[in-house]
Design a protein around this ligand. Structure first.
Ligand code: G3P
Length: 220
């Protein structure tokens, strides 16, 4: 289970976070940070990041399959073998069927991996909580990749997501993401009852990444 409050950086498929460039960013986070960070590189980069840093590495996705006759899928066991400590599930950019989400959460639990189910609104967040992940991450799709942070643009919806998740299961923690770029956004997210943030473009696309890392940490 990831320590909180946490800042999770999703490397997505940005050119600036592929391969060696991604590892450089992970190492920079390791060197410059004091708080609980985690990174989500692309699947082929998980091992390299896990073996060359102490920052927890999460998979961006896994498929709801067992080892065997499947082609072109992401297998949970392979992620674990590569060093992943957790998984993002149902990201807005990789939506899944409810039955698959349930299966993935159950399989992750067997492997002792941290589970983060993403939800596009408080109602979906509430349904996600019923599947007993470690975290539900509220991310409004329309704010992803933009400059306006979920925690400042939609504070009441973040609060509602926290309320709905806690009403279903007090043990499930809430994160939020979309447009997070500085310490103020992180501070706002925590003040609304979340245990951290997910972000991508605000750091991956920044010119001065060290400055952004420090600024984000100041929010904690
Ligand atoms: O998983 C985090 C992500 O979807 C947020 O992206 O670019 O808005 O920080 P971004």
């Amino acid at each position: 289970m990831l320590k909180t409050p946490t800042i999770i950086v999703n490397y997505k498929t940005y050119g600036a976070s592929i391969g060696e460039d991604g590892l450089e960013l992970t190492r920079m986070i390791e060197k410059e940070s004091e708080e609980n960070w985690a990174v989500c590189p692309q699947a082929p980069d998980i091992r390299m990041n896990a073996e060359n840093s102490n920052i927890p590495v999460l998979a961006q996705h896994v498929d709801a399959i067992e080892p065997g006759s499947h082609t072109g899928h992401d297998l949970l066991e392979t992620m674990v073998d590569a060093g992943a400590q957790g998984v993002l599930i149902n990201h807005s950019e990789k939506r899944l069927k409810l039955s698959d989400i349930e299966k993935i959460v159950d399989r992750c639990e067997e492997e002792d991996l941290t589970t983060i189910i993403c939800a596009n609104n408080p109602e979906v967040a509430s349904s996600a909580a019923a599947l007993k992940p470690d975290f539900v991450a509220y991310e409004p799709p329309q704010l992803i990749g933009g400059d306006i942070s979920v925690s400042t643009a939609k504070p009441e919806v973040v609060r509602e997501a926290v309320k709905k998740v806690k009403a279903v299961d007090e043990d499930v923690e809430v994160l939020c993401g979309a447009g997070v770029k500085d310490g103020e956004d992180v501070e706002a997210a925590l003040s609304l009852g979340t245990k951290g943030v997910l972000l991508a473009s605000g750091l991956v696309k920044a010119d001065d990444k060290k400055k952004v890392i420090k600024d984000l940490e100041d929010g904690i």
